[in-house]
Structure formats: C-alpha cells, structure tokens
Design a protein around this ligand. Structure first.
Ligand SMILES: [Zn+2]
Length: 912
C-alpha cells in the first residue's frame, strides 16, 4: 500500500504541476508536458489509477437463474484527466462480444478488451487516442454464473433455481466490467431481464417492466444514489415477495420508505418477524445519526445459500436465510442473532454505504462501526437484551486473536488481494468495536454522537478515510483536545496487540498512589516482544470508605502514576471501569481477592472485564488451575449469566486438552457439576412460560456444559429424550419443531447422536438431507458430524463434495468433525486427500478459513504436519498465508499451555 500510494502520489504531483503550468504555456508546451503526464503503463497491483474514472454506469443484464452463464451490456460514462490510448479496469472471466468508446464529439472508437491478470485486471486498448474529457465505454459480454456463492451465483431451493449476488469485496468484477474499488462511487441505472414467471430485485425501486415478447420480462430500476461496485446487488427467481407497511415519516425523515421481504417460493410467511422488527431498528439508527435512511426503499432477502451472515447491499440487504426466517418456534439465540445482524446491516446503510472508505485499509470504518452502532442502537430500544454487554464480550473474545504475534492491526496496509480478504476478521469487527467504545467513553457519549453526525453530513454519498473521521469527531470534542483523540485512536488502529497494565498501589500521606506499567499481553509460549506502549484512555473505579468512586486519565508512557483524590482506606481498585477500555490488567493476590470480594459492588461489564483479565493471567502463566478453582465459585454465583458462564471455557480446556486420562477427566467433570448443577436445578431444565431472556440465555450454556464437560448423566438423558421427540424417533419419523425447547435442541441432537450411536445418527442424517430449512439443516448437520462412529463420520465427509450439502454448510461440517477428538485424524487425512475439491466448493473470499481447519490440534508434532501440508498450497488459498500463520501459532500456544498446566493439574486433582 505504501509503495503503491507513494508512486500514485508522485504521479498526481506531476499531473497537478502540468495543469498549473499549462495555464500559462503555449499550445506546444501543453502538448509536450501532457505526454510526460502519461497514464501508468504497468499492470496495477493495488489501486487502479484515478486519472480515467467512471461517473455513471448503465447496466443491462439477461439472467436465467438455472443457467451457467448470463448476458450483459454495460455503458460506463468516463472522465479522462489524461489523453490515453489505453486504460485499466476490472473484469473477470468474461467473454466480450463487442467493446467501443464513444468520444465527446460522437466518434465511436473500437476497443480491444483483454484480461491481463487472473485477479481480474483488464486492459482496454483504444484504436485511437482518447482526449481529455468525457467519453462513454460500451461493452457487451457474457459472464459465468458461480456455484460457489460469489459474483452472480445460482442456488437451487426445492424445485426452483434462483440467482443472487455477493460482490464484497472484489467480486463485482465477475458480474460486469468496471472499476471494482470502493473509492469509485457513482450512480447506477440497472435493468434485469428474467423469464416472465420470475421477479427481479435491484438496489433501487422498480420503475418499469416490459414484456419483451420472447419469454422475458425486463425490469428497470430507478437510478441509484452514488454506490461503489461492491454494494450493487440484484436477484432473480420465482420469489415470494412480501409487501410490508411502508416505514412512515419520522422526525428526521420526510418521506415514507417502502419495506419488503423476499424469500424463495413458499418461505415468505416466515419473514413476518423480521419485517415486523425492521422499522424500529431503522428509526433507532435515524434517531442516533439524525440523518434519514439514505435510500428510496428497503428490501430484505432471505438467501438459502450464502457465504456470510449477511451483506449490506444498499437498499437490498441479503441474509443467510436462518437469520431472517423466524417464527414462534425459533430460539432466543436465533432471534438475537437476527436482531444483531439486522441492526449491523442497517447501520451499514450509513457506515459504509452513505459514507464509504476510500480503500480497503479503512474497512474498519465500515465493520467496527456497524458492530459498535448496532449494539449501541439495540441497547437503546431493547435494554433487556443487554447488547452493550454482548459487545464487550465480543471485544474480549477478539483478544484471543489479538494475543497472537501474527495478529493484524485494525488499520492494516493492503498490499494484495489476500490482505483484502483477511481484513474482514475479529480484529476489524470486534476489536474495532471495542476501541470505539473506549473513545466514546473518553469523549463522552453526546460529544461522540455529535462528532459522528458531523462526519456523516460532511461525507454523505462520498468517500472518507480514518483521518477524515477522527477530524470530524475531534471537532465536536470540548473536553478532550483533537490531538489527544487522534493519538489514542492511532495507537490502537495502527499497532496490533492488547495493552497489559501491571497495576500497583501504594499509600502516601493517607492517599492512594496508583502505578500502571504497560506492556503487550502475550500468552504462555508466545515468542513475541512485550515491549510496546499505547496512548490509553483509562478509567479506574474504586471503593473507599464503603463508597464508589471513579478516576479517569490518559496513560502516555510506559509507566504512569496518579494519586486518587480521596483520603481513606481502599476497599478495592478496579483498573478498567465498566470494561470500556481495550486492555487487560494484572494485580497482586490481594488486589484480585479485594475485587472478587466486592463483586456485588461492580457492574456486569466491570465483572466481565475482571474475569477476562483473571483468565488472561492464567493464560500468561501468572496463575494456575488451583488459583482459578478458588475464585470460580464467586464468578458462578453471579446473577449475570455472562459472568457466571465465564469459567466454563477454562474448565473445558482442562477437560479436553490438559487432562492426561479418563480418571483426571472424571475429576474435572465432577468439579464442573459441583459448580453448576445447583445453578441449573434452581432455574430448572424445562423452560417456563414468559421466562426472562437472561434465564433462557443461562440455561443453554449450563445444560451444554453439564452435558459435555460435566458428563452429567441426568442432563444427557433428558437431552436424548428431547432429540428423539424432535425427529419423531420410534414414532412418526417427522420433525416436530413445536415439541422441543428450540434453545436446547442443537445440544440435544449432538448428545443423542453420541449416546444412541450410528443408527440414530443416520436417522438425523436423513432428516438433514430431506430438509430445505436452513436452520434445521444446520443443527441436524452439526449433530451428525459430532458422531463418534468412524463410518458415519466418513459418510458426512463424502457429502462435503456433493451438491446435497449447501456450499455454506461445508465449513460447518468440516469444522465440526475437526473439533471432535474421535474424528479429527480421519477428517484431517480425508481433507488432505481432497484438498482441491474442497477448495473448489468454498467461495474464494472465505477460503482463508480452510487454512485454519486443523487449529484444534495441540501438539508440536501436529503443528509440523499441518505446516508441511499447507505450506506448498497456501499461495493458492485467498488470505491463506495469514490464516495459516495464525493457526500454527495457535497450535504452538495450545501446546505450551498444556505443558505448563499438566503437572500442576495432576497435582491439584490428586489432592482432591
Ligand atoms: Zn458488516
């Protein structure tokens, strides 16, 4: 990126100089100077040059959803800042039948179209030089329809075929020749012709439809607002189109917005819940931004096979159908996922769509903001679901990846398409969301909000960079100087890792002096350097003389000290009040025990951050399992299910990875039951009517933990009964969604497949194959892939390469098998034999995940084996190099953690 940018800047400087000179030179001078300012001749490896750029597209497509290719004509209005006889743009795997350039004077110049690079770089050569100024490029072509969920792709659902699109980040170039980068943001006029019994959906409202008389109907959509190519979308097929009530005018919007839901044939009814909840989320976002929803209509599309959770296409958002098709039988988890993903995609209509990053290095401006904004908005309209707490859990979760030496930084330079692919990770979304929470707390909520409004207004329908954002919010800050905000932001955006604060207190003249020493947090076995500092906005909470206090400051150097204003004895010191800071801390034994001893005085988010820092101390080898067992009951006793369930992952790690034998496992199971059984008894295994969400959210993890790590026979037996009832096992053989607790059924099916053996597992497999319901298929597949039976595991593996398994289920099947101790080696061997075939089923943009498939191994021997297999192949996997580096590092760290804890665990357990 730096290289490309500097070359680019140099070129722009030449151009500017030329333009300035040309004002006062003769005609000859101008001509000779312009030759110097030539358009770059080398194939662009990063961003396209901007000296020839689009100002508008007209796109006309002919689509038959079952077909393997499609027809298209594109007219691109261009602006030439330089005269040139060639230009660069994007286009991938297209057969071009005609191409020409119409100059401003009406002259038509033939054009030669040539794809010069496998990543879709195209060189257009003009039969004569095009002068500076306007021109229109016309290309007629045929493109390929993908079966791997990228570009324009087809899906069969039941008896019908459908076509959808997924363009982010760099797949619009498979659908039409163009400038496939976020910085080129212009209006589109799109029309789509489909067989007469079908519908087509676009970004903008349909304005006309014409029967073409040849069995096709042509649907034309209104001109869009300026869009980057990655936000363009269309869909075609015999849809159920559910017209919903328009979203009425609001205090910030003076026009109603039509709202529709689109599902495959027969599934429209299940869109009611999603449609019903859309308006309030849009209104909550408008209320926050004080800017109206930017587009003329909103369609939400439930897509049966989709590579991601959802995609924020302007005005036509696509979702994996599990997220949108809901009813009374849907689990709370599914409903919350819908809320959270829906709010995320709707937040993108502002963050990303209304204001778009100039380049992919700033994709955090889309993803971190949509993550943060969706939780902040949902927290306002449905506080009972505690979305702010969920967001903190998300950013604490991202610390797992951020502890790796191979972690990305949030704002990562983009040097290749691989960097674009790997930019969409937990660091961008969850760490980014956490950093925004920290800056919001630092500035104050109202000023941060005013800053965001400032930014949105200034860059509406345009592009912006991180710097633009920080300037816009800094302008609205009264209490924190702009430069402080910039420094703090940049120190978190532009370096990877988690700040680790070693916190010490001392008493001086009756007052408490707090000293914080920064380093980088690294887990046991890491070979990275801890020598790193950040500019960290810090707020500590403390109890003194029975009262609660708060003190905020900014840490600007490796070691910082500050004196708390009050005089008195400290009850406790909480180094990360409400968990708003993106950092971990270490305390002495007394500090920890004061905090856990005052649990009832701490907020839920303070406790979440505390339990994370405590677990991190164990992860760094500063404490062991015996220390953990001492405080675990305090955590489990918490009223918050998020805090109460936090010790589960360490118990499971000890059970699955560290325990040497069945006897040790049994002791860990007994400990799990001792910690959690009474908690389940208190709320009961069976759900009651009108239960609070927090109880439902506790029951699922409790039941799961007791069934797996706890190996609790009673819980497992109940789950087996539930699974039998679900699939009508031994009765009518039909699926009964209404007979089971949807919040527990996924776990129930896994337990039943393990306990009832392969016959039941094959029954589950048959149900999976017969179902067209994405939610049911997902849970049935995960259950059957959890089998202990080698032959059944092999049957699942064979399905991976069959069309009976949806492309978006391939990852789930393989990851589930690789997660299972009984199946891992067989699945790994099979994967190595079928690597190319598996890769072909996974969309390029999500392929990086396959380099992480072996990440559940935990020994150095396996690390070497995984490395030896992937190293010669990794270049062929988009984003594979980074994914592999992280996987190998993860395996090493796992091995180091086991080595550290194993003897200590044995000693501890033998004393029990
Ligand atoms: Zn997003």
């Amino acid at each position: 990126m730096l290289k490309i940018q500097s070359k680019f800047t140099a070129y722009m400087t030449v151009l500017l100089t030329v333009l300035m000179l040309s004002g006062c030179g003769s005609e000859e001078q101008k001509a000779s100077i312009q030759v110097e300012a030539s358009y770059p001749t080398a194939i662009p490896k990063g961003q396209l040059p901007t000296a020839i750029r689009p100002t508008h597209y007209t796109l006309d497509l002919q689509i038959v959803p079952a077909d393997a290719d499609f027809g298209g004509e594109v007219a691109i209005d261009l602006m030439f800042d330089v005269a040139s006889d060639f230009m660069w743009m994007h286009g991938q795997d297209m057969t071009v039948s005609s191409a020409n350039l119409t100059l401003a004077d009406g002259k038509v110049v033939p054009v030669t179209y040539e794809q010069v690079d496998p990543t879709g770089i195209v060189k257009l050569t003009f039969a004569e030089k095009a002068p500076r100024g306007k021109a229109q490029l016309n290309i007629a072509y045929r493109g390929k329809v993908s079966d791997a969920l990228q570009g324009i792709y087809r899906v069969k659902d039941g008896d019908h075929s459908y076509t959808y699109t997924q363009f982010e980040a760099i797949d619009a170039r498979r659908a039409f020749p163009g400038f496939d980068e976020p910085g080129f943001k212009v209006p589109f006029d799109v029309s789509v012709s489909v067989p007469t019994d079908m519908e087509a959906i676009g970004n903008a409202p349909e304005i006309s439809r014409a029967d073409l008389g040849n069995g096709f109907t042509k649907m034309t959509f209104a001109t869009t607002k300026p869009l980057p190519t990655y936000l363009v979308a269309f869909a075609a097929g015999p849809f159920d189109v559910v017209e919903w009530a328009d979203m009425p005018t609001t205090a910030v919007r003076d026009r109603a917005v039509p709202l529709r839901g689109i599902a495959t044939k027969g599934k429209g009814e299940k869109l009611t819940y999603a449609l019903d909840n859309s308006r309030k989320i849009v209104e909550a976002l408008e209320d926050y931004f004080q800017i109206p929803y930017p587009y003329a209509k909103l369609d939400i599309l439930a897509v049966p096979d989709f590579a991601y959770g959802a995609m924020e296409n302007a005005g036509a958002i696509t979702y994996r159908e599990q997220l949108l098709l809901l009813d009374d039988n849907s689990s709370l988890g599914q409903k919350k996922s819908y809320m959270s993903v829906h709010a995320h995609e709707l937040a993108h209509q502002w963050f990303g769509n209304l204001v778009t990053p100039v380049w992919w290095n700033d994709i955090w401006l889309n993803e971190a903001f949509a993550t943060w904004m969706s939780n902040a908005a949902l927290d306002n309209i449905m506080p009972e679901h505690k979305f702010r707490q969920n967001m903190l859990r998300g950013s604490l979760g991202a610390m797992g990846g951020d502890g790796l030496v191979s972690a990305r930084q949030i704002r990562q330079p983009i040097e290749s398409n691989d960097d674009i692919v790997t930019a969409f990770d937990g660091i961008t979304y969850q760490k980014g969301g956490g950093v925004l929470t920290m800056i919001e707390a630092f500035m104050g909520k109202e000023q941060f909000k005013a800053g965001i409004n400032n930014y949105m207004k200034r860059f509406a329908f345009k592009n912006a960079t991180s710097n633009d954002f920080i300037t816009a919010i800094g302008e609205k800050s009264d209490n924190v100087p702009m430069e402080k905000i910039r420094e703090a932001f940049n120190s978190f955006l532009e370096q990877p890792g988690i700040p680790y604060l070693d916190v010490k207190t001392a008493t001086q003249d009756g007052k408490t002096v707090v000293t914080m020493t920064q380093s980088r947090y690294l887990p046991l076995g890491s070979e990275g350097s801890t020598d790193k500092t950040w500019i960290i906005p810090v707020c500590v909470g403390y109890g003194m003389n029975g009262e609660e206090h708060k003190y905020c400051t900014v840490l600007e150097s490796k070691e910082s000290s500050f004196t708390l204003p009050e005089t008195g004895e400290l009850d406790y010191l909480l180094p990360n009040l409400n968990g708003t800071g993106y950092y971990r801390y270490a305390l002495g034994a007394e500090g920890w025990s004061q905090l856990f001893g005052n649990q009832s005085r701490l907020s839920e988010n303070s406790m979440l951050s505390l339990t994370d820092s405590f677990a991190a101390a164990m992860g760094a080898g500063k404490m062991d399992f015996a220390d953990f067992v001492k405080v675990a009951p305090t955590m489990v006793a918490s009223e918050s299910y998020r805090v109460a369930t936090s010790p589960m992952s360490d118990l499971s790690f000890m059970y699955y990875k560290v325990a040497r034998d069945e006897a040790e496992k049994a002791k860990i199971s007994a400990l799990s039951r001792k910690l959690y059984k009474s908690k389940l008894e208190k709320i009961g295994f069976d759900a009651k009517a009108d239960e609070e969400g927090e109880v439902i959210n506790l029951r699922g993890p409790l039941v799961g933990h007791l069934a797996f790590t706890g190996q609790d026979a009673t819980v497992r037996a109940k789950l087996v009964d539930m699974a039998k009832a679900y699939v009508g096992y031994g009765t009518d053989g039909q699926i009964h969604e209404d007979k089971v607790d949807s919040n527990l059924i996924s776990r129930a099916l896994i337990v039943a497949v393990e306990d009832l053996g392969p016959e039941f597992g094959r029954n589950v497999l048959q149900h999976y194959l017969a179902s067209t319901d994405g939610t049911a298929r997902g849970r049935l597949l995960r259950a059957v892939a959890s089998t202990n039976d080698a032959a059944l595991g092999a049957e699942v593996l064979e399905l991976v390469l069959s069309e009976k398994m949806r492309a978006n289920e391939v990852g789930r099947a393989l990851y589930t098998l690789m997660y299972d101790d009984d199946q891992r080696d067989a699945a790994w061997a099979w994967f190595q034999d079928n690597f190319e075939a598996v890769k072909a089923r996974i969309p390029g943009f999500t392929q990086a995940a396959i380099a992480g498939l072996a990440g559940d191994y935990c020994t150095l021997e396996k690390r070497d084996e995984v490395k030896a297999f992937f190293e010669p192949r990794v270049a062929s996997i988009a984003g594979g190099a980074r994914s592999l580096a992280q996987t190998l590092e993860g395996i090493e760290l796992c091995a180091a953690k086991v080595a550290f804890h194993q003897d200590k665990l044995t000693k501890f357990l033998s004393a029990q």
